[in-house]
Design a binder for this molecule. Sequence first.
Ligand code: FAD
Length: 500
Amino acid sequence: MKKAIIIGAGMGGLATALRLRHLGFEVVVLEKQAQPGGRSNVIQEDGYRVDTGPTILVMKNTFEELYRSIGQDFEQRLKLVQLDPNYRIYYHDGTSLDLFSNMARLAQEVEKVAPGSAQRLFRFIGESAKKYELGMDFVDRNYARITDLANPEAGWRLLRTSAHQNLYRQVARFFNFNDKLAKAFSFHSMFLGLSPFDALAMYSLITYADLALGMWYPKGGIYSIVEDMVSLALGMGIEIRTQAPVEQICVENGRVQGVALASGERLGADLVISNADLPYTYRKLLAPQFRKAYSDHRLGRMHYACSGFLMYLGVDRIYPHLRHQSLYFAEDYKANLDAIFKYKTLPEDPSFHLSVPTVTDPSLAPAGHSLIYVLAPMPNLDAKLDWETAAPLVREKLLNRLEKIIAPDLRRHIVWERQYIPPDWERDINAPLGTAFGSLSQGFFQSAYFRPHNKSYEVEGLYFVGQGTYPGIGMPMVMISSRLVTERIVKEWKLSSLLS
Ligand SMILES: Cc1cc2nc3c(=O)[nH]c(=O)nc-3n(C[C@H](O)[C@H](O)[C@H](O)COP(=O)(O)OP(=O)(O)OC[C@H]3O[C@@H](n4cnc5c(N)ncnc54)[C@H](O)[C@@H]3O)c2cc1C
């Protein structure tokens, strides 16, 4: 039996482990942390259970595909609830807008903000649908050479949908330059660690996926998916070793031999698949002579995504006016994003994502309590901020705003609190520059063919999976990444006979 070692038990590592085991490999997953999940993790304490990373599940079809591929049923194993509205948007002036998946209700909402906008909304959704279809052509494939990108039909459609234009400007034009609507329909690129002021209009495809394919919540939170994947893995005979950091990928005669752990132990394997951040894997786990294409110089010149400040609060109140998912947009949204991406300073009035999962699932907190998750995008560690002093400042700013949105005496009701700040990602999961959603930002020249490929061309038997390779950042992309790398392994190892 061929043996595969997977470095990292993030969602991509776990998904690949399941797929390879199903194909007949012996699989060992080595995880640095005490529990699997990587960026998708959980804190369970004092009766609270909070997802520390992702809370928004879209494109659930990508999870369904994974489960189907190993003979399981995602919907049957996880209790999923559709959220509608997907989000409530709060603006600085105290007004709000609900982004419903139900198009009639969404049209009513945009009409409230700017009468006559419903028609513009439907045109925007129609154009975004075309971008989604076009984008998926580029997302859903392995790349070998640059000509794989050269699809004249796709190029023509790219121009016709103006997907190459600037995202914010294009969305603003759709909505007749109404600032509130432009913000509400362009922020989604932030999930890729990209400012909508810098992103390609192509990324309206995420807005489309979000609104048209729906947003889902698994009972128990996103970490229930990780728990379910782990339970399937153990049942299938996959070995998952936690607190087992890998220190080196061992190579001989151009072939991968296995890995060396920080403990000094060596494990042999026919294949190594790294789910650890890709720039980190190249820089720290592979000796320079085996990564001439990814020298320290080149890795240093790549564009890294933003980080985030996370605050998790347990409060002894229930606030019936809250939605499960919300966003707050600063009045000067551009200044907020420029602070994060351009000037690398603390934003004056941070925009943030607010999630109150107890709205849907009270079991996540003691009876009568709420769980509040706040994620404010922040500059990555390139900014050289002193987070010891910055964290309390950011906390105060966020609480001031939350008291306007939730309740003026919110501070008095906080009975449990945890934080996660940019240096924590670097320390805990080896995320370069403490990048939160994923390490490499997803501009044109770090997407599709131009994103680091899911195999090493210099070391035979070494592959990559997860947000650092293509398609990119976010749980659905990582699910697709696990399929793409498995397809590549099957093709290169001539395992098609095992693929019945
Ligand atoms: C705060 C936050 C909010 C997010 N929100 C969303 C959202 O709402 N929706 C969404 O779809 N996505 C969201 N994302 C993004 C999503 O979580 C990630 O893109 C995705 O989970 C990355 O998965 P991955 O498979 O690439 O592995 P990762 O989660 O990056 O895991 C990599 C694993 O490798 C391990 N590792 C690293 N080095 C070593 C080593 N030397 N030895 C052994 N193990 C090692 C790490 O400990 C880690 O467990 C969010 C991310 C964050 C942080």
